[in-house]
Design a protein around this ligand. Sequence first.
Ligand SMILES: NC(=O)c1ccc[n+]([C@@H]2O[C@H](COP(=O)([O-])OP(=O)(O)OC[C@H]3O[C@@H](n4cnc5c(N)ncnc54)[C@H](OP(=O)(O)O)[C@@H]3O)[C@@H](O)[C@H]2O)c1
Length: 362
Amino acid sequence: MGQNSRQPFGFHYVRDSKEQMHEMPTNHRLLLSARPTGIPGPENFTADAEPARPPGPGEALLETIYLSLDPAMRSWMSEGAAYKQRISLGEVMLGGGIARVLESRAEGFAPGDLVQARLGWQSHPTIPGRYLQKLDLTLGTVEDWIGPLGLSAVTAYFGLRDIGGLRPNDRVLVSAAAGGVGQIAVQIARIEGCYVAGIAGGAEKCAFVAGELGADAAINYKGEKDLSAAIARACPEGVDLYFDNVGGPTLDAALEHLRQDARVVLCGRISQTHAAEPYGVRNLGRLAAARGRMQGFLVFNYHQRYDEARTWLAARRRDGSLRQRLHVLVGLAQAPIGLGMLFRGENTGKLVVRLAEAPGPR
Ligand SMILES: NC(=O)c1ccc[n+]([C@@H]2O[C@H](COP(=O)([O-])OP(=O)(O)OC[C@H]3O[C@@H](n4cnc5c(N)ncnc54)[C@H](OP(=O)(O)O)[C@@H]3O)[C@@H](O)[C@H]2O)c1
């Protein structure tokens, strides 16, 4: 056995910086082993386990509680991913989440603190303190922080308000309405006094959108031959703001129903992720006729204003007007399966993986 001698029960003894033996947990990791050609899954990853790395100066050793699963991760796995998100084969899969500090040599962090960070798909990462953000538990629970105070919710907030210029009485249409971003977009529009219709795949998801989320109408696009006709029935007065999570033919159908001065928010285009040929949008003429505008955005550009969004969202959690559904998978091995679920429409609500028990409300 070498310096890092393996011990039973998931703990290891390693030498720390003072050359003392130190008991460390096992860090279970998922490494990118093959780039996906279609929907990603377990075949793209290999699992390994090694002793967690003791924190160096300025670092903290963490225990991952939740990992967030997001459609964008599929593009990070590709050769052509942007520099900051590119993952080399053999590296730990990237991903954000919430963790508990186990040991800290980072100023301002102590064991027991709850933080969010780009943890990667691993159970016990060691990360510099400058990349950690402490959770403000006066705003919400750990489950709130991975859900309605998390990045999906913040995306819905800035997409609707800043890009969409949301106004009371707008007629709002949201696609992927039963998903992580969509469920919050539907509710923000409802809370702001808008008429809201959601598009989702399947009767159960539509029942969730119209029931729990309180939308005025829900369209099961998988059960409709003519999506445009279904939108006309659900939005008889047309659409002032279309919040687009899917792109492709759904975007085209929505464009047909734009009202004067309509806004189209390009949040995502998940339907095009695995398309052999990019879909050519046909109804852009409707945008001109409506004197509307269409704009894309990336939530990361709003990082200096995340607190504003979270303060608003937390207040709606407290008064009971903002609900959330977390779709929880348990265990690191579920992460690759979960990533594929997003592209097969198998999640309802915000999809996350739980690796460890979260502390209850404080
Ligand atoms: N702009 C930004 O900064 C930003 C930030 C976060 C997320 N996003 C985007 O927001 C969108 C939603 O993300 P999310 O994390 O909340 O995921 P999500 O909505 O929880 O999950 C993805 C959903 O997309 C739908 N879908 C999958 N394949 C589809 C297809 N071929 N056609 C139509 N719908 C399909 C499925 O719902 P159905 O069963 O209803 O089809 C699925 O449940 C994604 O496009 C994502 O890339 C953008």
